[in-house]
Design a protein around this ligand. Structure first.
Ligand code: GLA
Length: 387
C-alpha cells in the first residue's frame, strides 16, 4: 500500500529537471524533509512544546550561478525569470525569493542563480512542503555563495523567509525539524527556550491524506494566531508578566473560562492542555508506551476539533475509523483546515488497519485516501549532483 513515489529521489528529479530546463548541469544540490507533527499543534507560536518527525519524502533544490534569477519547479516545468526586489507574485516562487532576501541579509546569497525544485512530498497536505523547500533552498543557495550555514542558521533563514517575507504567521516547528532532524528520532522542541531533545522513534508511522488541500496563505492560521494574541493580552490583565499562553497551567483554566469570551477561552484551553499532552507524550514515546501515546494523540485531535476548530470532517472520520479498527492513536497533523492524519498502529496489524480506514473512507466520501508510511528520517543535507 505505501505509494512508490517515496522511493524516488527528489535530488535526481531536481537534477534532471535542471538539465532539461537549462541545458547545463547544476553546481550544487541540497534536500530537506517534510514532517508530521506527532503532537504539539499550534503550540509553537504560543511558547509551548512540539514533537515533530521528519519524513522520508523530501524536497530537493539544484542550482548553478547565473546573471539574474531563474526558477523552475517540477510541478509545471516552466522557467520563470524573477526579480528579487519586486513585489511577490503570490505563487511558489515567493518562498524562494524570501530565502534569497534573507540569505542576503546574512551575506550568504549568490548574486544570481538558476534553480530547479522537485519534491516527493504531496503539496498542501499539511506535511510542511514549504519548510522543506525553504530549508533546502537556503542550504543549496548558501553553498553556491561559498558559505556553510549550520542547521540553526538555515532554520532561521527559512523561518524568516516564510514568516517575514511570504507573511504566513507560522511558528518555528517546521523549519527546525527540517534542519535538525536525525534518523530514527522525533524531536521534542521547547519553543520558548529553543531546547531540543531527540526521542527514539524506531517504528513506522502512517500518514492518511484527507485529499482536502489547505493553503495557509488563505488566512486561517493567521486568524488563529491573532486570536491567541488577543487571549494572551486578556490573560495578562489577570496575570501581569505572563510571557506565553503555554505558561498557564490547567489550574488557571476555570479563571480563563470565566473571564475571557468563549472562543478566546477555547483557543487558550487548547494551548494549555496541548502543552501538557505533548510533554507527557514525549515521555510515553521515550518509554515505548505506544498505547498511552496513542490516546494522547486522540485527545489532541479532539481538542483541535472542539477548542481550536482546525479539523475537517474528513480528518475526524479517519481518526474515528483508525480507532474503531485497532490503531494506537490518530490525529490531524499540521496546521489543519485540510491536510493529513498521522496514525500509529501496531506493526503486525497496520496493513489491516490501513485497509479498513481506506474502505471506511471510500464508503463515506466515494474516493480512496492516499495512505503511506515512513520511518523517522534525517534533516537537511547537501546532495551530490553527479550521475
Ligand atoms: C503550521 C505552521 C507551524 C505550526 C503548525 C501548527 O504548520 O507552519 O509553525 O504552527 O502549523 O502546529
Amino acid at each position: 500500500m505505501p505509494t512508490p513515489v517515496t522511493r524516488l529521489s527528489s535530488v535526481r528529479l531536481a537534477s534532471s529537471l535542471f538539465e532539461s530546463s537549462f541545458s547545463s548541469r547544476p553546481a550544487v544540490a541540497a534536500s530537506a524533509p517534510g514532517r508530521v507533527n506527532l503532537i504539539g499543534e499550534h503550540t509553537d507560536y504560543n511558547g509551548g512544546p512540539v514533537l515533530p518527525v521528519a519524513l522520508e519524502r523530501r524536497t530537493a533544490v539544484a542550482a548553478a550561478l547565473e546573471d539574474g534569477w531563474f526558477f523552475v519547479s517540477a510541478v509545471d516545468g516552466t522557467v520563470r525569470g524573477v526579480e528579487i526586489d519586486r513585489p511577490l507574485r503570490g505563487d511558489w516562487t515567493d518562498y524562494l525569493v524570501g530565502v534569497v532576501r534573507e540569505l542576503r541579509a546574512v551575506r550568504a546569497a549568490p548574486a544570481g542563480a538558476r534553480v530547479a525544485v522537485a519534491t516527493t512530498l504531496p503539496i498542501g497536505a499539511g506535511l510542511s512542503s514549504s519548510a522543506a523547500l525553504t530549508v533546502a533552498a537556503a542550504k543549496a543557495l548558501s553553498l553556491l555563495a561559498g558559505r556553510r550555514l549550520g542547521p540553526a542558521q538555515l532554520a532561521d533563514v527559512a523561518y524568516r523567509a516564510e514568516h517575514d517575507q511570504v507573511g504566513v504567521h507560522c511558528g518555528r516547528m517546521d523549519q527546525t525539524i527540517a534542519a535538525h532532524a536525525a534518523a530514527g528520532t522525533a524531536l521534542l522542541l521547547e519553543t520558548a527556550t529553543g531546547a531540543m531533545q531527540r526521542v527514539p522513534l524506531p517504528g513506522r508511522i502512517w500518514v492518511v491524506e484527507t485529499g482536502v488541500a489547505h493553503r495557509l496563505t488563505g488566512g486561517e492560521l493567521n486568524q488563529r494566531r491573532r486570536e491567541c494574541e488577543q487571549a494572551l493580552a486578556r490573560c495578562r490583565e489577570l496575570w501581569p508578566g505572563l510571557a506565553h499562553l503555554a505558561n498557564l497551567s490547567t489550574d488557571d483554566l476555570p479563571t480563563i473560562e470565566a473571564r475571557l469570551p468563549p472562543d478566546l477561552a477555547a483557543r487558550a484551553r487548547h494551548v494549555v492542555t496541548e502543552t501538557v499532552r505533548t510533554r507527557v507524550a514525549a515521555d510515553a514515546l521515550a518509554r515505548g508506551d505506544l498505547g498511552q501515546l496513542g490516546w494522547l494523540l486522540v485527545e489532541g485531535h479532539e481538542s483541535l476539533r472542539t477548542d481550536y476548530r482546525s479539523t475537517i470532517p474528513e480528518a475526524d472520520a479517519i481518526v474515528e475509523l483508525a480507532m474503531d479498527h485497532g490503531a494506537h492513536g490518530a490525529r490531524l497533523t499540521g496546521a489543519g483546515w485540510g491536510g493529513s492524519v498521522v496514525v500509529l498502529a501496531p506493526d503486525d496489524e497496520s496493513a489491516r488497519v490501513m485497509a479498513e480506514i481506506s474502505r471506511g473512507f471510500r464508503d463515506r466520501y466515494g474516493r480512496e485516501p492516499a495512505v503511506w508510511s515512513t520511518r523517522a528520517a534525517s534533516g537537511v543535507r547537501r546532495e551530490t549532483v553527479s550521475g
